[in-house]
Design a protein around this ligand. Structure first.
Ligand code: PEP
Ligand code: MN
Length: 337
């Protein structure tokens, strides 16, 4: 349930309601907007059902919320959330670009990639050091050595780092080097990992599961927020369908859905969403036109020798071409790049 306060409700009115909620064992989540304050009620559904709040002073109305996710919901927090990564703001006017190789392979490969994406205008360097590969015989990543390279090269270029975490026991280790934790599609419902990230002090980019509904995805984000970490960024990366021409089916309608249902920012990954480098540019353009807050794009200096996902990686030249196209689309959309 949410309690919408009247525009002239006083601080005392709000405190009184908070006290009442606490008395019956419920939690209050305050969202202070320009026009009014909204109090989100969290806790046992039966206790909420018994609440009679309409008569309390300062209350405009109460609205029952049927979805199980609360903190993630736009009902609880009508204004857009901006995730601020040391000055790079995700969810505001600017469309933020994260780019780099699928996997960190070597310092030379990473340097070349980082330089190219910085020149192209990206704000983040991406790259996996822990790779959740389909086959155990495929390259599994350089682990901490890879994380060190990411931090070093990103600092040389003035980029932020986003990298995948696959194990809850690695939160401290990954957090030492990364600015944003990436939860991959395969771990979207790894609830132990999500709970642990709820206690982490850095933002989390939560990719959509391979076959996850929007509601399951939003509930996964609720796990992180319920633990106290409110800095969550969604990432649509395509879902499994009957189609085989593309690696996944990029669901751009998820951008509009998440924008309606949640206040959290959403970015799009057209690389994993299509699996084909020729389709990355058109889908990235479409994603920005659909209203996403950023993109994560695989860029490799030499895709033909990449240890993972070469087929979907852009060359630096193609990345540059994409960035200049995006500039024009951002202008139409009232965004900056
Ligand atoms: C990746 O970003 O390289 C990756 C493994 O992505 P996903 O979890 O979306 O498959
Ligand atoms: Mn990849």
């Amino acid at each position: 349930m949410i309690i919408v306060m009247k525009p002239n409700a006083t601080k005392e009115n709000i405190e009184h309601i908070e006290d009442r909620l606490h008395q019956v064992g419920l939690k209050a989540h305050l969202s202070t907007g320009e026009d009014c304050t909204i109090i989100g009620v969290i806790g046992d559904r039966k206790k909420i059902a018994n609440l009679e709040m309409n008569m309390m002073e300062g209350v405009e109305k109460t609205v029952r919320i049927t979805e199980k996710y609360k903190l993630v919901s736009r009902h609880f927090h009508p204004e857009d959330t901006i995730v601020d990564v040391d000055g790079v703001k995700i969810g505001g006017k600017e469309v933020v670009v994260m780019a780099g190789p699928c996997s960190v392979e070597s310092i030379d490969q990473l340097r070349e990639a980082a330089h190219a994406v910085k020149q192209g205008g990206a704000q983040f360097l991406r790259g996996g050091a822990f790779k959740p590969r389909t086959s155990p015989y495929d390259f599994q990543g350089l682990a901490e050595e890879g994380l060190k390279m990411l931090r070093q090269v990103a600092d040389e270029e003035g980029l932020k780092v986003v990298t995948e975490i696959v194990d809850k026991d690695d939160i401290e280790l990954v957090g030492k080097y990364a600015d944003v934790y990436q939860v991959g599609a395969r771990n979207m419902q790894n609830f132990q990992l999500l709970k642990a990230l709820g206690k982490a002090k850095k933002p989390v980019m939560l990719k959509r599961g391979l076959a996850a509904t929007i509601s399951e995805w939003l509930n996964a984000a609720e796990y992180i927020m319920a633990g106290g970490n409110e800095q969550v960024i969604f990432c649509e990366r395509g879902i499994r369908t009957y189609e085989t021409f593309t690696r996944n089916t990029l669901d751009l309608s998820a951008v509009a859905a998440v924008k309606e249902l949640s206040h959290l920012p959403i970015i799009v990954d057209p690389s994993h969403g299509t699996g084909r480098w020729e389709m990355v540019r058109p889908m990235a353009r479409a994603a920005v036109a659909a209203g996403c807050d950023g993109l994560i794009i695989e860029v490799h200096p030499h895709p033909e020798v990449a240890l993972s996902d070469g087929d979907q990686s852009l060359t630096p030249k193609n990345f540059n071409a994409l960035m200049s196209e995006l500039g024009k689309i951002c202008e139409v959309m009232g965004r900056t790049l």
